[in-house]
Design a protein around this ligand. Sequence first.
Ligand SMILES: [Zn+2]
Length: 100
Amino acid sequence: MPDEELVSTKKCPHCQQWSSWRLQPTDRCEHCGQLLDPQGHSRAQEQAAAAQQKPTIRLLEVGPEDKGFTRFWKTMVRGGQLLFIALMGFFIWLVTAIAS
Ligand SMILES: [Zn+2]
């Protein structure tokens, strides 16, 4: 069985010539060098930007092996983190509510 590369053809939206296309948003036309899928390209960039902007908050784990004072301060920090997440969610909701 031949090892076929996934290649398609797409009509270039810029010069109307058919160009080979590997189904990637970054592929460019063989004839004029423009992006074959400019919408897909901007969509991919938006997704990458959204993934970077997404805040990642790791909750502190309070394990069963934590005893006494360790358990106390971990619970306090965790409570603060949860409060922070709740406030962030509220502000995001508020901004969306005002914007719409
Ligand atoms: Zn072209």
